[in-house]
Design a protein around this ligand. Structure first.
Ligand code: GDG
Length: 477
């Protein structure tokens, strides 16, 4: 068993990116992001390993170590990237799980590739895990892994966390492979969701589709119990809070405002360029405020960072064109010499620049049509120890469940978005501080460490006995 791990993460991607040095040698750098930060200490304590794709198609790599983590690269061919990743994961499941805001593609070839790749991940995990190990599978790309893994290694404790919403039964029902997916997830001992609503959608689906009874959080199978529960993900509050106190970041934030022409209000959007994020809706609202003269020229600018994402999926190409047309129209109609209303960047930035942008912004505008959580909203809150700044937040983002003091909006209602943007811009410092203080308390308490430790504690605590099944109600929950 030497070389095997007692704690294993299984995710579509490894938490490292390859960089090529000027002399041509390759090195790996830990990718930014809360998940890896939260999990790194657990990894080190438990001789942990992480299985995932390393990012280059048609390349097989041996396991290697990086920053105290054992990394197990899972290979994908170029065709699998197209069918499993861009196809079934991002053209079928992504839109289906996000309220069908774009039409999902149902293709058998994509499904086949998804099944095969999931099998490969399950085999890699089975080989790397020591007897009785804890295995934590991440996200919608790997929903078949829990059951596949349990079949090979019934001794393991298996957890699964879904980062995106779990849809209502009526939407999930459309999926031709609905039974396989649900059975895949039920291979886990604990299935975690962002919100209680996702967990209850899943339990109802298990009852309707497979006739399984449940009681409270527990679903009763013949020989075991599967626990379902919400664990709202969060950010590394402490790290962001410290970063924005760095004098270099403070100076950069001031400089950004000057570069934007020192307007009274800086509004900011930061998203992957994705059709679920409601970028068009917020730009429309901003454009109308200028047109209606509720904002005067020069008074406010909108900075939109739209990080390149999934550029080979058709729907994403169309979205990019639409957004760029919309930005061009607004600027064409409302710009003046020395004043550009919308600053649009189809680029990514390092986390220092992002922190400076958060600090520079008076109003953060987060208007997804559907979002599992939305970390950007929580990052913005973490960056405002000055208690200045307002968050305009969609009711359809998971984060809205916790951040009740945000200016909550229905992104489908353009008048509502306009009204709340204006309210956020006109609020008194006292009002802003009142809201910000409460939201900061929440994010500081429920940070990403707490998320990871609550999930792992639940995964390792015993569930009810299957004999409890007799008392499980067919209607509860
Ligand atoms: C999925 C779910 C859920 C963005 N641009 C840059 C950059 N980012 C970072 C942000 C933030 C992350 O990317 C985006 O996270 P979100 O939560 O906002 O959205 P998704 O990518 O859709 O994430 C979502 C999340 O998983 C976690 O469970 O909240 O609902 O959809 O951290 O800061 N980071 C840097 N440069 C950029 O240009 N460095």
């Amino acid at each position: 068993m030497t070389g095997r791990s007692s704690f294993l993460i299984v995710a579509n991607r490894l938490p490292v990116d390859r960089t090529i040095e000027p002399d041509g040698t390759a090195s790996w750098r830990r990718s930014p992001g809360g998940l890896v930060t939260a999990i790194a200490p657990v990894m080190q304590r438990r001789h942990g390993a992480w299985a995932g794709w390393h990012g280059a198609p048609d390349e097989k790599l041996e396991p290697f170590e990086q920053g105290g983590m054992n990394l197990i690269p899972v290979p994908l061919s170029a065709r699998e990237v197209e069918l499993y990743y861009e196809g079934f994961s991002n053209a079928t499941l992504w839109p289906l799980y996000h309220d069908v805001v774009a039409p999902p593609v149902f293709e058998r070839e994509m499904w086949e590739a998804y099944r095969e790749v999931n099998e490969r991940f399950a085999n890699a995990a089975a080989e790397a895990a020591e007897e009785g190990a804890v295995v934590w599978v991440q996200d919608y790309q790997l929903q078949l892994v829990p059951a596949m893994l349990r079949r090979i290694r019934p001794d393991l404790r298996i957890g699964f966390f879904l980062h995106i919403p779990f849809p209502p039964v009526e939407l999930f029902w459309r999926l031709p492979w609905r039974k396989d997916l649900v059975e895949g997830l039920l291979g886990a001992d604990l299935v975690g969701f962002q919100l209680p609503g996702g967990a209850s959608n899943f339990r109802r689906l298990c009852r309707r589709l497979l006739g399984l009874p449940y009681k409270g959080n527990e679903i009763f199978l013949d020989d075991r119990v599967v626990r379902t529960q919400a664990f709202p993900i969060s950010v590394d509050f402490g790290q962001l809070d410290a970063l924005v106190r760095d004098p270099n970041i403070v100076a950069r934030a001031k400089e950004i405002r000057m570069e934007l022409g020192d307007p009274e209000h800086v509004l900011l959007g930061v998203d992957r360029l994705d059709y679920t994020k409601g970028i068009g809706q917020r730009l429309e609202a901003f454009g109308e405020l200028l047109k209606d003269h509720r904002l005067e020229a020069g008074e406010a600018v909108f900075v939109q960072i739209a990080t390149p994402s999934r550029e080979r999926v058709d729907e994403y190409r169309r979205l990019r064109d639409d957004i760029e047309l919309q930005v061009g129209r607004i600027n064409g109609e409302h710009a003046q010499l020395g004043y550009q209303p919308v600053w649009y960047f189809h680029q990514s930035y390092d986390h220092e620049e992002l922190a400076a942008l958060y600090l520079a912004a008076d109003v953060m505008v987060v208007t997804p049509l559907r979002d599992g959580m939305n970390l950007v909203a929580k990052e913005y809150i973490s960056c405002h120890h000055d208690l200045h700044g307002a968050l305009v937040l969609s009711e359809f983002a998971g984060a809205a469940d916790e951040l009740r003091q945000a200016y909550l909006v229905n992104p489908y209602d353009v008048e509502d978005v306009k009204r709340q943007m204006v309210a956020a811009m006109r609020a008194t410092p006292h009002e802003l501080a009142r809201r910000m203080r409460t939201m900061r308390r929440r994010v500081a308490t429920y940070d990403v460490d707490r998320w990871a430790s609550e999930f792992l504690t639940a995964l390792e605590s015993p569930a009810s006995e299957p004999s409890m099944r007799r008392s499980a109600s067919w209607r509860s929950g």
